[in-house]
Design a binder for this molecule. Sequence first.
Ligand SMILES: *Cc1c(COP(=O)(O)O)cnc(C)c1O
Length: 413
Amino acid sequence: MTAFAYRKGSLHAEGVPLSAIADAVGTPTYVYSAQALTERFREVTEAFAGHPHLICYSVKANSNLAILKLFTALGSGFDIVSGGELARVKQAGGDAGKTVFAGVGKTPEEMAQALVSGIRLFNVESAEELEALDAVGRRAGHRAPFALRVNPDVDARTHRYIATGLKTSKFGVPFEEAVALYAKAKKMKGVRALGLDCHIGSQLTRTAPMRAALTKVADLYVTLKAKGHALEYLDVGGGLGITYSDETPPSPQEYARTVLAAVKPTGATLLLEPGRSLVGNAGVLLTRVLYRKPTEARTFVVVDAGMNDLIRPALYEAHHEFLPLVKRRGRDVQVDVVGPVCESTDVLAKARALVLPRQDDLYAFMSAGAYGMSMASTYNSRPRPAEVLVDGEAWRVVRERERVEDLWRGERA
Ligand SMILES: *Cc1c(COP(=O)(O)O)cnc(C)c1O
């Protein structure tokens, strides 16, 4: 990945110095690279080129309209988890017919809206949800296409907050109940079984858990076909990890080899739901140093981005590299980089060795394209960051910085 690199000591996104963007738009600001997004999408889809498949980009990783539009132009479908995400996909010109709908708590209203939109597949996560979808289908007068999301009970070996395929997880239907549920669904008039689905977690860096889960799910797919269910799609979820610091996740090619080896016997069309692996390394968060605070125990560097802008370190103990926009020489000191939010967990980079920043210096939190802006909040009444998309030498604001007046829109005093 060369989209973010130093040129003559200045950190660039493609052909644009990031400091130029920070000076023009202010900080904190998310910056994405169109080239990185495009290359990564092509790399993943080409890795599966020999097999019928559809990439359904997982919208929750980064739901900016410009990014959804870019992926639409590349032929992507979408994986959504709410009616709001469906509305975003449509607003960006995306194809509902290439969209799959997951989530344990879809409301009947969201289901009806998705059905009317002509969605490809509902990924159903419980017996009661299946009944609710059946009712929605009958009311609408046509069968809702569904896959059961099964829980293969596999340890994804990732952070416990982003593992979703264990028995104790709220996601999916217990593996052993799937056959009976498909049999039950066959008698329903409002649904039509069209696939089988799983998603075992996020930031997966090992192939063994993927292989274990997909082998189980592929076996189940074959069993269901043998029982007369006319399935077409095997949805293998998302979860492919990226490098934040020193992780060595499988390449898209290695990932494709693992997936294809497991699912080849099914003859199914593959649905893939990558989120993080498409956008994570294609974005950074720019920030400015406010103050340095040396204390007896630690040296703190206070920056103008906080956990409300980038919650991953506080929520998942996540690591983001912290790089100066203009390279500096000097002796490394150990610092904690903290935000302005009034919470002790507002530490964005812990115990990092770097040349002591000066006040007003600009820095970037790297690999912030996934679950960054999409998880941002206005906690502490902090307007959310601006977003910028770079393409070659050109760049444009794809979301204005939130204004203070936006903070109380809809409130009554
Ligand atoms: C979040 C999610 C994804 C995307 O996960 P990544 O780790 O970002 O690839 C895919 N499918 C489902 C059902 C999800 O909830």
